[in-house]
Write a protein that binds this ligand. Structure first.
Ligand code: 4AD
Ligand code: MG
Length: 430
């Protein structure tokens, strides 16, 4: 069996074989250096001409960028740098000699890189981003497991809309039927809480949004959570606990990745519950003071969110949006029915909305009235209305967009780098 570069700290002074890709090659006279990447880490393999046989030396000179190799040698600690190891090579095999690699050292534009996403994924920055994404996913599962949530898998093929009918991907089902790709599993996990109490789902969702912004994908990963007997205030507390836990976990386990991404970790260290809270009305007042002409009952746009989040050093909940700009299932505020018991969580440093959530309407009559106001097909929502007939309870939930969290935590400008194969309005390939 071969070894992994990540195991090098415990292999110093021993012989090891690693298998990976040469992401940088150079030689000067009698010494050659191969930078090897094996997925678990990066290491420099050193080949000295008079210490290996002629076959190994010639192979070392033959290695091209991104060739796959198997290299054996002695693991040593770098004389000057802590936590840096090297491999003093004794033998080397080329598994496949790569053709001239299209991604070079020079700067490439985003379109070129996205066209070559299948190769770009190997870049150290992209490696680091996927590792942070993975840490966020595991932290999420861990937090939910430790807090008595059960994972419930919601369907992707659905007969109706969760988040409004204008952004649905429609597909042909059988015998003239139409089906829609899920925009969020929320409605289904609302059904499951009467069985399991607290649950979450985590999977791909789809939005036919005609938005070409740095925050929008047409396919992205959402985590929806839903809790029985939890009202608006409890909903916010659960969200801030979860998000603080995720950020802390990434700081603890991904410091090398964040460093590689040149992410300033100081702002992330401040992400500790409780977060800031502003009502929508307060947010509008602040935005007007800053010169915006936003109306009292308008939704916040991306620029408004950016302005607000640049003013605070922690995430901010914006609560109680106007009923008219939010989804049909949100419960109205009993003290002001023009507003709902919802909150969007905005990430700091200009990132904006990462979570949308609310208390849900649990009264049958109020909910059916909302279904009608939104012109939704009542028949398709009968099962959802049923939940309000058989032991309805106050309940709340929220959903985070994984790519938005990754972009914020990694400090990336655009969400397209946060998902292995981004789907955008104008991109379905590769
Ligand atoms: O705010 P949204 O639309 O809320 C829901 O779908 C609720 N059903 C969630 C729930 O209560 N269970 O979407 C939730 C989150 C947003 O806050 C954002 O982070 C992300 O999903 N999101 C997107 N991410 C990337 N591209 C898009 N087009 C996104 N639309 C929403
Ligand atoms: Mg939203």
């Amino acid at each position: 069996m071969h070894q992994l570069i990540s195991q090098f700290p415990s292999l110093v002074g021993q012989s090891a074989t690693i298998k990976g890709w040469a992401y940088n090659v150079r030689s000067s006279g009698k010494i050659a250096f191969l930078q090897i990447r094996d997925g678990s880490g990066f290491v420099q393999a050193v080949i000295v001409q008079n210490q290996v046989d002629e076959i190994a030396w010639n192979r070392a000179l033959d290695v091209t960028l991104e060739s796959s190799v198997s290299v054996t040698g002695m693991v040593t600690k770098h004389p000057k740098h802590d936590d840096v190891y090297e491999l003093q090579v004794t033998s080397l095999e080329i598994i496949q000699k790569a053709e001239e690699y299209p991604i070079g050292k020079k700067e490439h534009g985003p379109d070129f890189l996205l066209d070559n996403r299948h190769l770009w994924l190997r870049a150290p920055s992209q490696w680091a981003i996927q590792r942070v994404r993975n840490a966020i996913i595991y932290a999420t599962y861990d937090w939910f497991r430790d807090n008595d949530f059960i994972k419930i898998d919601s369907p992707i093929l659905t007969p109706n809309a969760c988040e409004g009918t204008t952004e649905l991907f429609e597909i042909d089902y059988f015998e003239e039927r139409k089906a829609y790709l899920s925009q969020s599993g929320q409605l289904y996990i609302e059904a499951a809480i009467a069985s399991v109490g607290r649950c979450f789902d985590f999977g791909p969702v789809f939005r036919a949004e005609k938005s070409k912004t740095r925050r929008h994908l047409t396919e992205f990963w959402m985590m929806d959570a839903e809790m029985a007997f939890v009202e608006h205030e409890g909903n916010l507390q659960i969200q801030e606990q979860l998000v603080s836990f995720i950020v802390k976990r990434v700081l603890e386990t991904c410091s090398a990745e964040l460093k590689l991404l040149e992410r300033d970790v100081e702002p992330l260290k401040k992400v500790v519950a409780p977060f800031y809270r502003l009502t929508h009305a307060e947010a509008i007042r602040i935005l007007r003071e800053k010169g915006s002409d936003i109306g009292d009952m308008d939704d916040l746009g991306a620029d408004d969110e950016t302005t607000l989040t640049q003013m605070y050093d922690k995430p901010i909940f914006i609560e109680k949006y106007p009923t008219a700009v939010k989804a049909f299932y949100m419960k109205r505020d009993p003290s002001d029915p023009t507003r709902v018991l919802n909150a969007d969580l905005l990430a700091p440093e200009g990132y904006g909305e990462v979570i949308g959530g609310s208390q849900r309407e649990d009264d049958y009559d109020a909910l059916i009235a909302r279904v009608r106001e939104h012109n939704l097909p009542e028949k398709d929502f009968q099962w959802y209305l049923d939940l309000r007939k058989y032991g309805s309870v106050p309940h709340s939930g929220f959903g985070y967009g994984l790519e938005r969290l990754v972009a914020w935590i990694c400090g990336l400008h655009h969400v397209r780098e946060t998902i292995p194969f981004p789907r955008l309005m104008n991109r379905l390939e590769p």
